[in-house]
Design a protein around this ligand. Structure first.
Ligand code: 5GP
Ligand code: MG
Length: 180
């Protein structure tokens, strides 16, 4: 897989270190609160397993599958839930986890759905943030790294289903897009 990567943007070490910091910050912010993290599959699974283990607090973990990207490289705007949370989050402090915030459409749509359950609070966390691409002015409450407007893969992030298991985050070579 490495030969398909033009540039490593974030090394495994940088990612792991930053997640430890984020975990400490979140543990301080959520101390004493009933915390439920909601993980957006598939991409956020890698980030979420590391992040939740870096938060030294009791918590519940829920998973959602939302479709937005298909096989392209930009969000369609039409977010559909394919797998929903399975426990009651009413009155709980909910932290929504995704791999990356780009247009902001996914976080906006899923946040609206979760708010209908009347959580005590709802915040968002993303490992990466492509802030210059935002269409709705929405910001994640916690961000691992601000990154430039490039399509990235690795650490859960895929291109057409591949590269999720790369242990770092990198920019794909343009020749890879031409191939698929
Ligand atoms: P948004 O809805 O904010 O535009 O995009 C969020 C979703 O788009 C993420 O969950 C992720 O699946 C996908 N996405 C956005 N930017 C990238 C990127 O650079 N690489 C990959 N692999 N996925 C991205
Ligand atoms: Mg995604």
């Amino acid at each position: 897989m490495n030969e398909d990567i033009k540039k490593v943007l974030l090394t495994q070490e940088e990612i792991v270190n930053r997640i430890q910091e984020m975990g400490k910050e979140l543990a301080a912010d959520y101390a004493g609160k009933e915390l439920v993290v909601v993980v957006l599959l598939k991409g956020a699974a890698w980030f979420a397993t590391d992040l939740t283990r870096a938060i030294d607090l009791p918590m519940r973990v829920e998973f959602m599958v939302a479709s937005s990207y298909g096989n392209g490289t930009s969000t369609s705007g039409n977010v559909k839930v394919k797998l929903d949370i399975s426990e009651n989050i009413t009155g709980k402090h909910v932290l929504l986890i995704d791999d990356i915030i780009d247009s902001g459409i996914t976080f906006a749509a899923i946040s609206d759905m979760l708010r209908q359950h009347k959580p005590a609070s709802l915040k968002t966390v993303a490992l990466c943030d492509k802030a210059e691409r935002r269409v709705n002015g929405l910001d994640a409450d916690y961000v691992g790294f601000k990154i430039p407007d490039e399509f990235v893969v690795g650490y859960g992030l895929d291109y057409a289903g591949d590269y999720r298991n790369l242990p770092y985050i990198g920019i794909l070579k343009p020749s890879v897009y031409a191939r698929k």
